[in-house]
Design a protein around this ligand. Structure first.
Ligand SMILES: Cc1ncc(COP(=O)(O)O)c(C=O)c1O
Length: 410
């Protein structure tokens, strides 16, 4: 595509528009049969028997924590290298977030760092599949299996019988690890369908749970539905049926449901998702080739154990934060939008109290200073990765005499 190149342009087809329009014309636009169909097909992709769609991944994360029984006095370990939604969900429950570091040279949580942070108060761990790369769930599960089980405070927590393992899979729908969907290796996986994600419903999310949980807690779907619908015993569609108006509120629940209008967009996108992920991998491969000889590294989307969802193309270089920011500005001036994933949580004003990142999570801080996310989306042509790589290399070369140099690149 000609410059300018956007960072994460959404892919919306005529089929998507028709699917949404059909719901708009159907006489029922909020949560109903289309949402149910979407969650059933998502579960298949995730290799699990069932899940629940929500209005965001943020809601799905909090739903998982509340189902486990996480609350005041508990600790939840998560990665410092994530978006604020992961931490906010923990804080909303009254629990204390405890920040694990990235593995050295990686954007992903370090299982050894997690193991070292476990205390008798730890009730859950949320690992984050940054960029669509799955975390090492078998290693994380091993660390949790070795820890004492927390005293149960909810049926789901009791069924898990140890510290719960939750994937923040906002980026990683369909990612594979050791030959199976990564989402099937955890107790819960929380997905995002926000506008910039691989698959979008404009806003939306879903919580998937393991086959073991579905078997041990057959009522988990009903519990999740009631919790996400104000604690109401009937959904809105059932209430509209003749004589079905009456309902009860059984807990002070939340408003987390996904309307059918949005589910229709998600479902339509899901039908072409495998082809979209293949295309993202192809573009990532073209980036890999084009960046040969440029002084950057990036995690591979396909490895001996994993296949990512191809969500982000993240490069790292030996620049400091100011130099990286100057590169972003120079590329922006040339019409190429780039981004940074992520600012480690303790750098954010609301979370300074979690400590000095240079001390508590030095690997995450270094990853942040070195990271640059290049455009990766379906509007890119085959020539675009080479074009972006060319400009990046040129900025690095030219930068020695311009804005980048002013920031200290010799
Ligand atoms: C890692 C991560 N977790 C959670 C979220 C929250 O997703 P949502 O916007 O669907 O609530 C995001 C959103 O960007 C994210 O990047």
């Amino acid at each position: 595509m000609p410059l300018p190149i956007g960072f994460a342009t959404p892919s919306i087809t005529d089929e998507d528009i028709e699917a949404v329009t059909a719901v708009l014309r159907s006489g029922w636009i909020t949560t109903g049969p289309v949402a149910a169909q979407f969650e059933a097909e998502l579960a298949e992709v995730c290799g699990v028997p069932r899940g629940k769609v929500t209005n965001s991944c943020s809601a799905a994360l909090e739903l998982a924590l509340r189902l486990v029984g996480v609350g005041t006095g508990d600790e939840v370990i998560t990665s410092a290298y994530t978006y604020a939604a992961t931490i906010n969900a923990i804080v909303h429950t009254g629990a204390t977030p405890v920040l694990a570091d990235c593995a050295p040279g990686s954007f992903l949580i370090d299982p050894d760092s997690v193991a070292a942070l476990i205390t008798p108060r730890t009730r859950a761990v949320i690992a984050v599949d940054v960029g669509g790369l799955p975390c090492d769930y078998p290693a994380l599960a091993q660390a949790l299996a070795a820890a004492p089980a927390p005293a149960p405070t909810a049926t789901v927590g009791e069924a898990i019988g140890r510290i719960a393992l939750i994937a923040d899979a906002a980026h990683s729908l369909g990612a594979m690890l050791d030959g199976v969907p990564a989402a099937s290796l955890v107790d819960f996986a929380a997905l995002s369908f926000h506008a910039v994600k691989n698959l979008t419903s404009a806003e939306g999310g879903a919580l998937m749970w393991s086959a073991a949980l579905q078997e041990q807690v057959p009522g988990i779907y009903a519990t999740a539905s009631v919790l996400g619908m104000q604690g109401q015993t009937k959904d809105a569609l059932t209430k509209t049926l003749a004589g079905q108006w009456e309902y009860d509120i059984t807990c002070s629940g939340y408003k987390w449901n996904m309307p059918d209008v949005l589910a229709a967009l998600g479902l339509s996108q899901l039908r072409r998702y495998p082809a979209n992920v293949r295309r993202r991998h192809e573009l990532a491969r073209l980036y890999d080739e084009a960046l040969t000889g440029v002084d950057v590294t990036c995690p591979r989307h396909v490895g001996s154990r994993h296949i990512s969802s191809g969500h982000l193309y993240m490069v790292r270089a030996e620049w400091d934060e100011a130099q990286r920011n100057a590169v972003i500005q120079e590329l922006g001036d040339r019409g190429i939008a780039t981004n940074v994933h992520f600012k480690p949580i303790p750098l954010l004003s609301a979370y300074h109290w979690l400590g000095d990142p240079a001390v508590v999570v030095p690997n995450a801080l270094r990853a942040y200073q070195q990271e640059l996310s290049l455009p990766l989306h379906l509007a890119l042509d085959n020539e675009d990765p080479a074009l972006v790589a060319h400009h990046l290399a040129d900025v690095l070369r030219q930068g020695r005499t311009s804005r980048v140099a002013a920031q200290g690149v010799a």
